[in-house]
Design a protein around this ligand. Structure first.
Ligand code: ZN
Length: 202
């Protein structure tokens, strides 16, 4: 198993759609272990296969913190079967070193996937938790969607992208999310200059 190079934003392959996994072969097992090793090496919360150049529907997440034991969760061929509510919070992505911006997400999400053992499972992320947001973030990568496509302020996202030497928002990729936006109207906007508590990327 090895630590892989993470494909950076600007590389068009991040916009490709990934294919379903048909069999949990040796190749998939290696891919999963590479994802886990690379996620930990880069101190991330999650990592999706296309971020290491494999266009297969696989991602890993570990939302354990501090002294908790490591708890990597493997999602193969995930399907989001329920989503509701709205939240907004700062997110980063391992393909965007040190760039964080406020993004719109569903607060609750239920996902069905297959584990590395071949068994299906259902997992729920609730109340805008890190798990709920990470599932949506990683799932998006499999469809070529990036966190900045969900940005709450295009101006603010462009400001941070520019500061980090990254190319600006791709206007045609911005998502219209009326359901989430409507619910968010009643929530306060995160102030732009908040000091982030040990922010991690996905
Ligand atoms: Zn990401």
């Amino acid at each position: 198993m090895s630590i892989k190079k993470i494909i950076p934003y600007g590389d068009e392959t991040l916009r490709q759609k990934s294919k379903e996994v048909t069999k949990i072969s040796k190749k998939i097992q290696t891919l999963v272990h590479d994802l886990i090793d690379t996620m930990y090496a880069k101190n991330g919360v999650g990592l999706a296969a296309p971020q290491i150049g494999e266009h297969l529907r696989v991602f890993v997440i570990d939302v354990s913190t501090g002294k908790e034991p490591l708890n990597p969760i493997v999602f193969i061929n995930p399907k989001i079967i329920q989503k509701s509510g709205a939240c907004s919070s700062y997110e980063g992505c391992l393909s965007f070193p040190e760039a964080y911006t406020d993004v719109k997400r569903y607060a609750n999400v239920k996902v069905k996937a297959t584990g590395l053992n071949g068994k299906p499972f259902v997992m729920e992320g609730k109340d805008g938790s890190l798990l709920a947001r990470a599932i949506q973030h990683e799932f998006d990568h499999l469809d070529g969607i990036l966190f900045i496509d969900h940005c709450r302020s295009e101006f603010e996202a462009n400001r941070i992208l520019k500061e980090k030497g990254l190319k600006p928002i791709e206007e045609d990729k911005l998502l219209s999310e009326p359901e989430i936006e409507k619910e968010l109207e009643s929530l306060p906007t995160n102030p732009g200059d908040t000091v982030l508590p040990e922010q991690k990327s996905e």
